[in-house]
Design a protein around this ligand. Sequence first.
Ligand code: ZN
Length: 233
Amino acid sequence: MQVTNASNSREVDPASGRIQRSTSLVEDVYEAIFAQLMALKIAPGARITVDSLVKELDVSHTPIREALGRLEGEGLVLKTHLIGYRAAPQITRRRFDELYELRLLLEPHAAAKAAALMDETKLAVLEESAGGMARREGKDERLRYSNFARQDAIFHDRIMEFANNGLVRETLAFQHTHFHIFRLMFHSRVTEEALDEHQAILAAFAASDPAAAEQAMRRHIEHSRDRLLPAFD
Ligand SMILES: [Zn+2]
């Protein structure tokens, strides 16, 4: 699963959207386009022209093509022969239901296992990950939102890691769930409420309480589903 540290996104100037420094250029370009996809500035299904990104981000074609290739690997961008790139379409209602059914089958159980195997080191990793989501630094709402999506993906992936079943972890990572669900709507409510639910999961981990962890994870996923359902109205 390709997840990277969200701190890179700070290198994008929120005012102009331009890249501010050249180190790890592909990474910066990737973060800039990722933020536009997450916050629906590039709408699902919309064409993505390399030339317009060259102008907008003030970089050459090469890093943009590389970044788009990486986003293609994550299922966020599609490339069609002779036509070019476009943003992946919005997931369908059916796919959404399937995704949440899958999550509810796997994640609460995995959270219970992770709680049973919890120790100080793992707890610190999870608290750090959850803390990254709570920080409200930076003025740009779009970047904050895309950072949250990535940190949420990392948080849930870490829990799957600590649940110690590689196949369950891979199965969920392969769906790139968080990248798709966060594109359903761009709204602060999606992030604010999730923070409290994450705290409940962390509290169960801190208490090494498998039953509470299972319940807290189930509640979080059910609430997440209910928050996003209006996107299909
Ligand atoms: Zn979450």
